[in-house]
Ligand binder design. Structure first.
Ligand code: HEC
Ligand code: HEC
Ligand code: HEC
Ligand code: HEC
Ligand code: HEC
Length: 344
């Protein structure tokens, strides 16, 4: 939500809109419409002329059914209903689409959950998208078993407040209504990078749909024990894979490393010194995402390896949600070689 253009309501508008309530209906078969009235996204009784207003993805993932069961917070749909599409576009009426059920192009920065429907190993098996992972079940590798399948947000999710007992909606805490045009501060879930509680970063306006290194997300990285990095979020579940979260026994502190380091700086010597043009294949995090000297450049010695240097957070077309195919020699070498330039 880069400039809050969608959900920045004044009291005057709210009062005015109350008079219009019920005259605009949400589009079926795609995510919400963009005029921004309350009734685009909320329904007071989930009833209009006796028929249900709410909608949800159907059981075969080919379209949307009306839903007689009202949603939490009087919403017209759930996270998946609003953030999915059967069409090819990945931004629909300014809604970022993260689950495309038909043919599509230009996946957004997090990837797309559609790949997980193809293969469990391609990403996170989130409730409502795919049953639990056939191999991993409820256990995040590097961490301990969870008592519930992954959800989008809340205790068992990545977005919103992850404290015990929080669910998809109780964990979101009005995030969609918060104007974050001033940037992320981490002060609330709404003021956190992509509603990831406490995480900092700079949000690309088109969620990297255009996939160019001149305008992209900037992620916070840290070589200390910062809780503001996206890698720290991943480590809340996959702790043993994180440089300081799992502790030196797990990852090591210097070469020879035990597991691949994350939240360590790219050295400014040797092969790493040659990674100077920001790569959308293997991006780096920055110590201060708001003060990056040049978006399209990398500064060895300063910029930082993160989980998202190698992985997509939702899902990718590759094994283990990698950003490139590590099972084919050529692409495996060229992906790792973005940083390990002498192994290119
Ligand atoms: C009624 C439709 C609707 C529902 C339900 C909904 N969203 Fe959204 N969401 C939106 C819209 C619209 C935007 C785009 C807002 C903007 O960028 O101005 C959005 C944006 C987002 C973003 C991107 C924020 C950013 O900084 O770019 C995330 C993350 C998100 N939603 C997560 C969720 C989660 C998790 C749920 C379920 C708990 C959820 N949404 C439920 C409509 C919805
Ligand atoms: C583009 C979709 C969208 C529009 C338009 C929208 N809302 Fe929401 N609203 C949401 C979503 C999604 C949530 C639940 C998730 C969250 O809190 O981030 C929500 C939550 C709420 C909540 C509960 C917040 C809480 O945590 O207590 C209230 C109250 C609310 N909306 C009122 C309104 C009013 C009033 C309007 C019209 C002025 C409006 N909304 C317009 C999407 C929308
Ligand atoms: C709320 C806990 C949680 C968080 C936070 C989390 N994960 Fe996971 N992750 C899981 C669970 C549970 C599994 C195993 C089940 C599955 O794959 O759906 C998993 C599996 C994975 C897999 C293997 C996928 C597969 O199916 O083989 C990768 C890769 C991964 N996570 C990367 C990440 C990255 C990167 C982040 C941060 C952006 C992250 N995870 C954040 C819980 C989490
Ligand atoms: C975003 C940059 C980046 C990418 C992409 C990357 N690495 Fe690394 N890698 C590093 C850094 C930085 C180190 C730690 C160097 C140091 O400080 O000793 C490292 C360390 C290693 C080490 C340990 C070396 C030692 O001395 O113990 C191995 C092995 C390795 N990487 C393999 C890989 C492989 C295989 C891939 C592809 C799957 C990969 N790396 C992708 C940046 C990266
Ligand atoms: C340098 C690239 C790189 C970085 C950085 C990286 N990973 Fe991975 N990750 C991989 C590769 C490659 C695999 C595939 C399995 C393997 O070869 O070990 C993998 C596999 C995984 C798996 C699946 C393990 C399993 O048992 O199936 C999880 C979970 C995971 N990574 C999470 C993370 C998290 C969390 C971080 C950050 C703390 C992270 N990764 C950082 C490259 C990376």
């Amino acid at each position: 939500m880069v400039n809050g253009r969608y959900l920045n309501f004044s009291l005057y508008r709210i009062i005015f809109i109350v008079f219009l309530w019920g005259f605009v209906l949400p589009g079926q078969g795609q995510a919400v419409v963009s005029s921004g009235t309350c009734s685009d996204c909320h329904t007071i009784h989930n009833s209009q002329g006796g028929a249900a207003v709410a909608f949800k993805m159907n059981a075969s993932y080919t379209g949307y059914d009306t839903d007689a069961t009202p949603n939490e917070m009087l919403l017209v749909s759930d996270c998946i209903g609003c953030h999915s599409s059967t069409g090819s576009a990945t931004i629909v009426d300014n809604v970022p689409i993260v689950f495309s059920t038909g043919a599509f192009s230009n996946p957004l920065a997090g990837g797309n959950f559609s790949y997980v429907r193809t293969d469990d190993t391609y990403g996170h098996n989130v409730t409502g998208i795919k049953a639990q992972d056939g191999t991993l079940g409820l256990t995040p590798p590097g961490g301990s078993a969870m008592t519930s399948q992954l959800t989008c947000a809340g205790e068992f999710g990545c977005h919103g407040d992850r404290t015990s007992g929080k669910t998809n909606f109780s964990g979101m805490n009005k995030s969609h209504h918060i104007d974050d045009s001033g940037g992320t501060t981490g002060a609330s879930t709404g003021l956190s990078y992509r509603f990831l509680d406490g995480v900092l970063g700079k949000e690309d306006a088109d969620w990297e749909q255009d996939n160019v290194n001149t305008s992209h997300n900037e992620y916070k990285g840290s070589t200390g024990s910062s809780t503001e990095t996206v890698s720290y979020l991943c480590a809340q579940c996959h702790n043993d894979f994180h440089t300081w979260e799992g502790g030196p026994l797990e990852v090591g502190t210097a070469s020879p490393w035990l597991r691949h380091p994350t939240d360590v700086a790219l050295k400014n010597t040797g092969e790493y010194a040659n990674y100077t043009t920001y790569s959308m294949t293997a991006p780096v995090a920055r110590p201060n995402p708001d003060a990056v000297p040049s978006t399209s450049q990398v500064t060895p010695g300063t910029d930082i390896v993160m989980c998202l240097s190698c992985h997509r957070s939702h899902g990718s077309p590759y094994y283990k949600a990698m950003r490139w195919d590590i099972k084919t020699l050529g692409t495996a070498v060229s992906g790792c070689g973005v940083c390990h330039t002498s192994k290119n």
